[in-house]
Design a protein around this ligand. Structure first.
Ligand code: BTN
Length: 278
């Protein structure tokens, strides 16, 4: 694809860099991603770049991976630190025909897919912190940002961009410098050594399966989400209509919303936003 600042091509499976060649050769010939996978050397944000390409007509299945993001973005306008060579940063373009009510659940579906992808690559027993954080040993390992610009005329979005960032090689000092001491972790810190290409491949395979399953296999994803969700039974604080409440997380509802028993004794339901474990 023109206009992309691609990383230098690598023919051998790398120990350090991501490899377009390795990823393409490891995917099935009929994979949705064949011929549409691009490894960039440096980009502000793979999500931002892919949204631009989507608006210019890039096909479904276009995938951007980056060695480094200079302006990696998270939910709630937060920054996602993306140091060079230390993580997997990828975005996938889809043009799903499903109803908007199903599209709203894609973040939760992606959380299940990310867990499967990471586990298949290295065996790390990852869990989900509602709604879209993947945690290992109680600390954040991976973040998910799904963006689907709604058209002004209303109706279904023209495209959806699924962004995933996984911490692989960061040291405790890196997280200290980022102000994330005790909050974030990497596969290396927890003793899982694996290549970035291997984790990227695990994610691609899980995302391809997700797209085959979406939205028909909702029950299977919902059950797996519930099983992997470490938030249930925990005391949390959450925002409702701009006010902070505390409560206990009770269950994941059929639309992946979280129901809670508030400290005020009332039931609450949260369908978006972030929670804090307390
Ligand atoms: C979060 O933790 O709030 C979400 C983080 C999502 C990070 C990924 S990295 C690839 C893609 N590009 C971005 O700018 N963000 C997502």
């Amino acid at each position: 694809m023109d206009g992309l600042d691609k990383a230098a091509p690598r023919r051998e499976e790398p120990s350090a860099g991501l490899s377009e060649w390795f990823l393409s050769a490891s995917l099935r010939p009929e994979s949705l991603f064949q011929g549409k996978l691009h490894v960039l050397d440096r980009v502000d944000s793979t999500n931002t770049r892919l949204k631009q390409l989507a608006a210019q007509g890039a096909p479904e299945g276009t995938l951007l991976l980056a060695e480094e993001q200079t302006g990696g973005r998270g939910t709630q306008d937060r920054r996602f630190h993306s140091p060079r060579g230390e993580g997997v940063y990828l975005s996938l373009l889809l043009r799903p025909q499903a109803p908007v009510s199903d599209l709203r659940t894609l973040t939760a579906w992606t959380a299940v897919a990310a867990c499967r992808g990471i586990e298949s690559a290295c065996g790390a027993p990852v869990e989900i912190k509602w709604l879209n954080d993947i945690v290992l040993q109680g600390k954040k390992l991976c973040g998910i940002l799904v963006e689907a610009p709604l058209p002004e005329r209303g109706g279904r979005p023209d495209f959806v961009v699924i962004g995933i960032g996984v911490n692989l090689a960061q040291s405790p000092e890196t997280f200290q410098q980022q102000g994330l001491d005790g909050l974030a972790t990497s596969l290396a810190i927890e003793g899982y050594t694996t290549r970035r290409s291997q984790v990227a491949l695990g994610l691609l395979q899980a995302l391809e399966r997700l797209y085959r399953d979406f939205p028909q296999k909702r029950t299977a994803y919902l059950e797996e989400y519930r099983r992997r969700c470490m938030t249930l039974g925990r005391r949390v604080s959450f925002l409702e209509n701009g006010r902070v409440f505390t409560g206990t997380a009770l269950q994941i509802e059929n639309d992946f919303a979280l129901s809670l028993l508030g400290g005020d004794g009332r039931p609450h339901r949260v369908s978006s936003g972030a929670l804090r474990l307390i």
